[in-house]
Ligand binder design. Sequence first.
Ligand code: 13P
Length: 334
Amino acid sequence: MSIEQLEETAHAMVAPGKGIIAIDESTTTIGKRFAAVGVDSTEENRRAYREMLLTTPKLGEHISGAILYDETLRQKTKAGVSFVEVMKKAGVIPGIKVDKGTQPLAGFPGEVITEGLDGLRDRLKEYYALGARFAKWRAVISIGEDTPSGTCIESNSHALARYAALCQEQGLVPMVEPEVLMDGEHDIEVCYDVTEVVLRSLFGALYEHNVMLEGTILKASMVLPGKDCPEQASVEEVAAATVRCLKAAVPASLPGIVFLSGGQSDAAATAHLNAMNQMGAHPWPLSFSYGRAMQSAALKLWAKDPVGKLGEAQTTVAARARDNGLAARGQWKG
Ligand code: 13P
């Protein structure tokens, strides 16, 4: 696999005014999202729901790529066309979540480590053959009284670096995601400090593992006060803190940074991205890789009537893609 190809894919993922739709919920997670809107999590319902998302007319206008789950990468539309084909026709790069979720980190109560390295090389080979060109791995860091520990941060960075190196070996762009959770009462300064330490550790590990940053994308969490912090921050404060933190810890050679929404409202996720891009030119394009903030409105509509509301649900997907695409250019008007 050539370095140029990895770079080309990475740049295409963050092309101007475009971002990623994350539809890579594991079977457990999509089960929870479906349960909240009264839908049974059968394989057919999951397939039909993902078909609705992926066949949104003109999806590729503001969406550069979609992250799928293992099951989804192998599925087809009702008419028998593989989802990968549908995506390629729409100009949407197929991506795949390759971690196997989190497990408690032994010896560190309340902290988790992401698993999935064993056998990863062979899985990546298969995913490439199925059409995937980038792969995501999510590490989860939570902020508490005595957490995160240095051990939790370093263990997760090490796993991210090993996965990223394997991805590049197999021709897939790694989308490295160290998510600092919004849960808690901590203020924005604490989130800033933790995020900076986590990012410095991650880029140190990527360097130690010979990962080529030019062929890597960072999926970052924004710097926000905890959900239960009495002092919430303005859009401008979040944007300024996030950009400052990224500039302090992320090398300029990275082709792009995309954000997760992490439980923010649709409007907040878009407003924060827009404000960051209005702050002027940054060393990297800043765009989106939202799951909930791309899908939640569409899921509610689709759940009411998967056939009758299909068009309306797709209209909301297109609208969320357009708004976030404008925010990626700093041109969203609210
Ligand atoms: P959210 O935008 O819903 O946080 O999901 C993005 C994602 O892929 C988390 O891993």
